[in-house]
Design a protein around this ligand. Structure first.
Ligand code: ADP
Ligand code: MG
Length: 348
């Protein structure tokens, strides 16, 4: 975990805006050759030569997208970067730069922003992206964080959502459902803590789940891995809202249907045991729980041998003609229509 609680409180009012920006950004280093000029002028200057540029942006609002009661600021910074970098990976592009914009109320001391930036710095090192700019302003209430990620790819390497064809295999990286289960664990511990603040949460049996929720990793390794295996996906998306919702996005954009197999879904043993403890159906959670930030893609059937047995990939179904619809095929071999419930609907 990334925990580091600092007791000091320096009011933001003690620093001017420029001093604050200087303080927060002075440690950023430039690592990407495409970054010609980063922070310090009116705009950053980037050079991608003959490659295409890929851009994605996200806006995160306190109380809507995150809850600081169980999301330490350092984790928030890390996660906000990871989520954006993941979108670039989902285009089969290489993330190279990010910009970070924040609006903060005077409720936050300087030390809180230092924590946030420690997470951002760690993530930018991990995912090898340069922080090349941003904006800093005040908000009336709470924290607002916006990150824009920039990446690059050769035109022929870029993968969109709309290229899936009947007979393609549906593949997912890593495992799914754990991030959502981690949130369930954290929410339960928060309730226990509210009832009795002396109750220290015991998260030991749930470390993997909580880590998946608080410190998700963008799959920056997959582009290179697929290149080595000489596989170019026919379509790709990252899993932010849940497998079933993302798969339906691919099907809609590609004008196809799909069969997804319950028995193939890759889940972690800790996910299974915690679902049992919470008395929740693991399959419902694995296909609807979000925030795993794994990649979901389709490949030509002929490419199956190239990915077969690779621990990073699991084949979970196949693409069929649109007329046949989108279904989950259960262990009992019944077909249930796939619905885009998204992870918010799980609260109902
Ligand atoms: P401007 O007046 O042009 O908006 P600023 O004074 O806001 O410029 O920013 C000065 C420099 O610092 C710019 O390069 C900007 O991109 C960068 N910057 C401002 N805020 C942040 C931030 N929160 N994180 C990273 N870089 C920032
Ligand atoms: Mg500005």
């Amino acid at each position: 975990m990334l925990e580091d609680k600092s007791p000091q409180r320096t009011s933001l009012g003690q620093l001017g805006e420029f001093q604050l920006i200087e303080h927060l950004t002075k440690h950023f280093q430039i690592n990407q050759p495409s970054t010609q000029f980063g922070i310090g002028d009116d705009a950053a200057v980037l050079d991608f030569g003959t490659q295409k540029t890929v851009i994605s942006t996200d806006l995160l609002i306190e109380g809507v997208h995150f809850d600081l009661a169980y999301m330490p600021l350092k984790h928030l910074g890390y996660k906000a970067v990871a989520v954006n970098v993941s979108d670039i990976c989902a285009m089969n592009a290489t993330p190279t730069q990010i910009t970070v914009s924040i609006a903060v109320s005077n409720r936050f001391p300087l030390e809180a922003l230092e924590e946030l930036y420690a997470g951002i710095t760690l993530a930018s090192k991990t995912f090898k992206v340069d922080v090349v700019g941003g904006d800093t302003t005040s908000s009336q209430k709470g924290l607002i964080l916006s990150i824009t990620a920039i990446g690059t790819a050769k035109e022929e390497d870029i993968v969109y959502r709309n290229g899936a064809k009947p007979n393609d295999l549906i593949v997912v990286t890593g495992d799914i459902g754990s991030a959502y289960m981690g949130l369930q664990v954290l929410e339960r511990e928060k309730q226990v803590f509210l009832v009795n603040p002396n109750n220290q949460p015991d998260l030991e049996p749930y470390t993997y789940l909580v880590e998946r929720q608080l410190k998700p990793e963008a799959r920056t390794d997959i582009k290179e891995l697929l290149e080595k295996l000489e596989v170019k996906p026919t379509s790709m998306i990252d899993i932010s809202d849940g497998l079933s919702s993302e798969l339906l996005h691919i099907c809609k954009a590609s004008n196809v249907g799909c069969d997804l197999y319950e028995e193939k879904l890759p889940v972690d043993p800790q996910f299974i045991s915690t679902c049992e403890e919470f008395n929740i159906d693991g399959t419902t959670l694995a296909i609807n729980g979000g925030e795993d930030y794994e990649l979901l893609f389709t490949i030509n059937l002929e490419d199956f041998d190239k990915i077969k047995g690779n621990p990073n990939f699991t084949v979970i179904g196949h693409i069929i003609p649109k007329e046949n619809g989108c279904h989950l095929v259960t262990r009992a071999h019944t077909k249930i229509p796939l619905k885009a419930r998204g992870w918010n609907a799980l609260e109902e």
